[in-house]
Design a binder for this molecule. Structure first.
Ligand SMILES: [Zn+2]
Ligand SMILES: [Zn+2]
Length: 140
């Protein structure tokens, strides 16, 4: 793996991060929050252990937004709007990094699809053989 598979950042370059280990697990989320957040039908993200994550710069530019009903904090760059990662505010070891935030190929490939019960009407869930979950997938 190259360093680019463990480093990443936002669109404007203000926020930079790195992982001490390559991610081991990834999936697509089809929930309505991810649809609104990304402007697309699903969000591709790598699940990581938050202890392997380090912000290198731009900590003051990262805005964390949590839905009033709960769930993971959605963290994005307040300058350019790029979505970067999410985390469980009650358990910082539980994090996901948006696949598109990596500089290079993070190595891992999405192996499941979550919240397919809420998939967008305008984009059918692909028949790609990936494991599907109507709601969330347990993390551990
Ligand atoms: Zn930015
Ligand atoms: Zn989602």
């Amino acid at each position: 793996m190259t360093d680019a598979s463990r480093s990443g950042g936002c669109l404007c370059g203000g926020v930079r991060f790195e992982l001490t280990e390559v991610p081991q697990d990834a999936g697509y989320c089809h929930c309505t929050r991810c649809q609104r957040r990304t402007g697309t039908a699903s969000s591709a993200q790598a699940r990581i252990d938050g202890r392997t994550f380090r912000l290198l710069q731009g900590e003051d530019m990262v805005t964390a937004w949590r839905h009033p009903a709960g769930g993971f904090e959605k963290c994005f760059c307040r300058e350019c709007g790029a979505h970067l990662f999410s985390r469980n505010p009650d358990d910082p070891t539980q994090m996901s990094v948006r696949m598109s935030a990596f500089d290079g190929d993070p190595g891992v490939r999405p192996s499941f699809r979550t919240f397919v019960a809420y998939a967008a009407d305008w984009e059918p869930v692909p028949a790609d053989g990936l494991e599907r979950f109507y709601e969330r997938k347990p993390r551990y």
